[in-house]
Design a protein around this ligand. Structure first.
Ligand code: DQA
Length: 147
């Protein structure tokens, strides 16, 4: 079975109460439930995790090699700062779709830079929790039909 890891970075555990005017009121467990239901409908096995720690995220990316077929990553603020996460993704050579709830390009200039985007299949942002569902569809399409 095709297997996908959805990985979430710092502060995303606070979704639901964190700046709801920016991120909405949907919690991360609710997003996980939506992802699991959609993955089921696509015939994908899904792992889902969150960490506030860059090193844990990097260890998790390393451990995905040979286990997962692809990654969906919301690295939170580490998107804009972490060359180490980008290097980890390049090292494991797994296809990755970058996701964000908010439209990072419509926000502060420091959020316009993504270290992940240049090595990702693509970036989906601005659709709230639906960004994750769109990312699952995109990754599934890539894994199953090469697009
Ligand atoms: C975010 C956007 C980032 O700029 C921010 O630091 C986050 C959340 C998003 O999903 O919109 O933590 O990744």
């Amino acid at each position: 079975m095709t297997s996908v890891l959805v990985l979430n970075g710092p502060n995303l555990n606070l979704l639901g109460t964190r700046q709801p005017e920016v991120y909405g009121r949907t919690t991360l467990p609710m997003i996980e439930t939506q992802c699991r239901a959609h993955a089921d409908s696509l015939g994908l096995a899904l792992d889902f995790m969150q960490s506030n720690h860059e090193g844990v995220l990097i260890d998790t990316i390393h451990a995905a090699r040979g286990v997962q077929d692809g990654l969906i990553l919301n690295a939170g603020a580490l998107t804009h700062t972490s060359v180490a996460i980008r290097d980890a993704l390049s090292s494991v050579e797994l296809p990755v779709v970058e996701v964000h709830l908010s439209n990072i390009h419509a926000r502060e200039p420091f959020r316009h830079v993504s270290h992940i985007a240049p090595i990702a299949l693509g970036q989906i942002c601005g659709f709230g929790p639906q960004s994750y569902i769109l990312a699952l569809d995109a990754l599934n399409g890539h894994l199953k039909s090469g697009i």
